[in-house]
Design a protein around this ligand. Structure first.
Ligand SMILES: NC(=O)c1ccc[n+]([C@@H]2O[C@H](COP(=O)([O-])OP(=O)(O)OC[C@H]3O[C@@H](n4cnc5c(N)ncnc54)[C@H](O)[C@@H]3O)[C@@H](O)[C@H]2O)c1
Length: 257
């Protein structure tokens, strides 16, 4: 168990990949603060984390707001005495070209994917430093490297997150805080099924099968395969890895056609 006596804060932990990351920390003995703006989803995820063996609390917060991010740091500290690891996973996707996207939609995507990582890091990094160091892992996406039509805001947000990762890795190295990014391809989680239904309302399962076929691995990722990369980068095994961007995509970005 790699995270006994360690405290992990995971944002966007109410569903999908973030929940998978929280459960993986629970199985490794961590105390986990699961953060989400969706109370029902967050409370169910906490029950699953406790069942998986972790000490876990739910913090209901909108992490795209500074007061929400501050509350995350305060409640994690009062429950567990500090923070060792932060995983920034909150996200939303809205589709459109730059001429189609409303300004508010652009702001929602940038705020939940990129600004939230800045705000929660702003409040948690002093706590990680106070414990003598630790790790931040940002959940990016292959869309930072290569994208699809109508993903302008999300692609820009995720590319920004890679740049933020690099900047933070320099700024906080002296505090012994490593900052890395994990970028999945398509993961088999509810949001991916919802996206398939949006692209092909008549036959979402054939859309999903088409996405799986496009991956050299021939399938979508399981959330625990993404979580494994996150936990590795958060662990002492990755003690010399800082500022890196680990793509977990079954070979998707390696394929030219
Ligand atoms: N699903 C995929 O195939 C995939 C692929 C590549 C990258 N990712 C990345 O992995 C992460 C998780 O993806 P997912 O598909 O599981 O997402 P999801 O939509 O299932 O979960 C995101 C969670 O973030 C929460 N959230 C959104 N805005 C918030 C806010 N302001 N404050 C607090 N919570 C907020 C949502 O309530 C939700 O529970 C994201 O960063 C996503 O970009 C996912």
């Amino acid at each position: 168990m790699r995270f006994v006596d360690r405290v992990a804060v995971v944002t966007g932990a109410g569903s999908g990949v973030g929940m998978g990351v929280a459960l993986a920390f629970a199985r490794e003995g961590a105390s986990i603060a699961l953060v989400d703006q969706d109370k029902g989803a967050g409370e169910s995820a906490v029950q699953a984390a406790i069942a998986a063996g972790g000490r876990a609390i739910f913090i209901e917060a909108d992490v795209s707001l500074d007061q929400g991010a501050a509350r995350v740091a305060e409640q994690a500290t009062s429950a567990f005495g500090g923070v060792d690891v932060l995983v920034n996973g909150s996200s939303t996707v809205e589709y459109g070209t730059v001429t189609e996207l409303e300004e508010a939609a652009w702001d929602r995507v940038l705020d939940r994917n990129l600004k939230a990582a800045f705000l929660v890091s702003r409040h948690c990094i002093p706590l990680i430093a106070a414990r003598g160091g630790g790790a931040v892992v940002n959940l990016g996406s292959v869309h930072s490297e290569a994208t699809q039509p109508s993903m302008a805001a999300y692609a820009a947000a995720k590319a920004g997150l890679v740049a933020l990762t690099r900047a933070m890795s320099l700024d906080h190295a002296a505090q012994k805080i490593r900052v890395n990014c994990v970028s999945p391809g398509a993961v088999d989680v509810p949001s991916t099924h919802q996206a398939a239904a949006r692209f092909s309302s008549a036959d979402p399962s054939s859309a999903l099968a088409g996405w799986a076929d496009a991956v050299p691995a021939g399938r979508l990722a399981r959330p625990e395969e993404v979580a494994a990369a996150v936990l590795f980068l958060a662990s002492a095994e990755a003690s010399y890895i800082n500022g890196s961007h680990l793509v977990v995509d079954g070979g998707l970005l390696a394929r030219l056609m």
